[in-house]
Design a binder for this molecule. Structure first.
Ligand SMILES: C[S@@+](CC[C@H](N)C(=O)[O-])C[C@H]1O[C@@H](n2cnc3c(N)ncnc32)[C@H](O)[C@@H]1O
Length: 258
């Protein structure tokens, strides 16, 4: 799974469900307001902006692997308290460790969770906490099923038929054990069901779930692909999601993680 470049403009237009889900995760951060927090997978910056509002005396390190998303976030947030960086989180390098890590709607795009968690642990100061939410086991089951049908059909089979599904929807059990192996103390990992009812379901699907397919298809073929997917699903007005929540801490004791 390489990091896909996203349609940042379209994502910004339709990402209100992700933004709404992020608010609950931001509410768990328990910030004083002067910390430095990593936004791991900042996207086009909508949620980064909310995080920044919670840090009147603090700073945000906003990292994303999509050049278009980082560019859009940079344009959106003109504030010296935010530094932007285009990096793959599984290779993350920060100049200084951060007080906390926040992440929304990103980890399920990353195949190697052990590597991700070990990089995030290294990025945190001892005692620092990670609060995150991403797609978990059972997420977007109807979309996954429709994708299996449509990617096997002509004319899409040739281009996306052999493609691995681009998501890693982990269970809380897998995640607890991967976090512990990376060196975290796990406070909690749990699943919750959510429903997204966007104004334009097809545009929402194209801009979020289908980012990895967009890269492999011409714009016309991509529209035909999303038309067919919507048709197979019966032109839904909403999508069912399962979110995986993560709360874990880097232990305070001296460690040999580096
Ligand atoms: C659905 S968007 C979420 C953006 C933002 N956090 C939000 O809630 O609106 C997922 C983001 O994860 C980023 N991403 C996926 N894999 C990544 C990786 N390996 N390293 C860095 N960013 C990654 C994508 O580029 C994309 O911007």
């Amino acid at each position: 799974m390489s990091v896909s470049d996203w349609d940042a403009e379209k994502y910004t237009r339709v990402a209100s469900p992700q933004q709404e889900w992020a608010e609950a995760v931001l509410g768990r951060l328990e910030l004083r307001g002067d910390e430095t927090i990593l936004d791991a997978g900042c996207g086009s910056g909508g949620v980064t902006e909310l995080l920044l509002e919670m840090l009147p005396r603090g700073t945000v390190v906003a990292v994303d692997g999509s050049p278009a998303m980082v560019e859009a976030a940079r344009k959106r947030i003109d504030d010296p308290r935010v530094s932007f960086s285009c990096q793959d989180l599984t290779e993350l390098e920060l100049a200084e460790p951060v007080d906390g890590v926040f992440s929304n709607a990103t980890f399920h795009w990353i195949a190697d969770h052990p590597k991700l968690f070990s990089r995030l642990l290294r990025a945190l100061k001892p005692g620092g906490r990670i609060s995150a939410q991403c797609g978990g086991a059972g997420n977007v089951a109807a979309i996954v099923e429709a994708l299996r049908t449509v990617t096997a059909e002509a004319p899409f089979r040739e281009t996306v038929g052999t493609m691995d599904e681009p998501w890693n929807f982990a269970t809380p059990e897998q995640t607890r054990s991967r976090l512990r192996e990376a060196g975290f103390e796990v406070a909690d990992c749990w699943l919750e069901e959510r429903r997204a009812a966007p104004d334009d379901p097809q545009e929402f699907l194209e801009a979020s779930g289908l980012a990895a397919y967009r890269e492999r298809l011409t714009p016309e073929r991509f529209r035909a692909f999303s038309d067919r997917l919507m048709e197979v699903m019966g032109w839904p007005e909403s999508f069912d999601y399962v979110r995986l929540n993560i709360e874990a801490t880097r232990p305070k004791e001296a460690t040999n993680y580096e």
